[in-house]
Ligand binder design. Structure first.
Ligand code: 4NP
Length: 169
């Protein structure tokens, strides 16, 4: 089993979106039995809560069901449980780098490193400078941008994982 953990700040907007999108892509690719997905937050404010209703609604419009997800805080032991840990922004990444145990072999990266257009960014990707922007205090458009970025990046991540682990459907 290959294991993937998405991490943002609150675990109620960006990382649950990535969790739901990758699960959906795995189902379509027939790889759900081979790749396990989870998400967590660096902060502790929303532990036990469902994702933000705006995130759930925007995701549902595109066919992703986030309703069963519940927020949790990332733990040091996650670095032993998960093969791939994907941070949504550089602040998350720095937090995770500081807590990664020395003997952990987890691959820790920014999710947008796997965006297929990272070498030739479109306007949205240029504006984001490698980070999935936090939509929490913004407008509805921010939630759509998260979906746009994360759909693409998860497809790129899945390709990376398939190559790395020799997974064919
Ligand atoms: P997320 O968004 O990190 O994408 O889940 C946020 C959610 C809540 C807060 C910040 C960011 N907050 O400050 O409560």
């Amino acid at each position: 089993m290959v294991t993937v953990l998405f991490v943002c700040l609150g675990n109620i907007c960006r990382s649950p979106t990535a969790d739901g999108i990758l699960r959906h892509q795995l189902k379509e690719a027939g790889l759900s039995q081979h790749i396990e997905v989870d998400s967590a937050g660096t902060g502790d404010w929303h532990i036990g809560k469902a994702p933000d209703p705006r995130t759930v609604a925007a995701a549902r419009q595109r066919g992703y069901d986030l309703s069963t997800l519940r927020a949790r805080q990332v733990q040091a032991e996650d670095f032993h449980r998960f093969d791939h840990v994907l941070a949504m922004d550089r602040s998350n990444l720095e937090h995770l780098q500081a807590m990664q145990p020395a003997d952990s072999r987890a691959e820790l990266r920014l999710l947008l490193d796997f965006h297929p257009r990272r070498e030739r960014p479109d306007a949205l990707l240029s504006r984001c400078a490698g980070e999935v922007p936090d939509p929490y205090y913004g407008e509805a458009e921010g939630f759509e941008e998260v979906l746009d970025l994360v759909e693409q990046a998860c497809a790129g991540l899945l390709q990376h994982i398939r190559q790395r682990h020799g997974l064919v459907a």
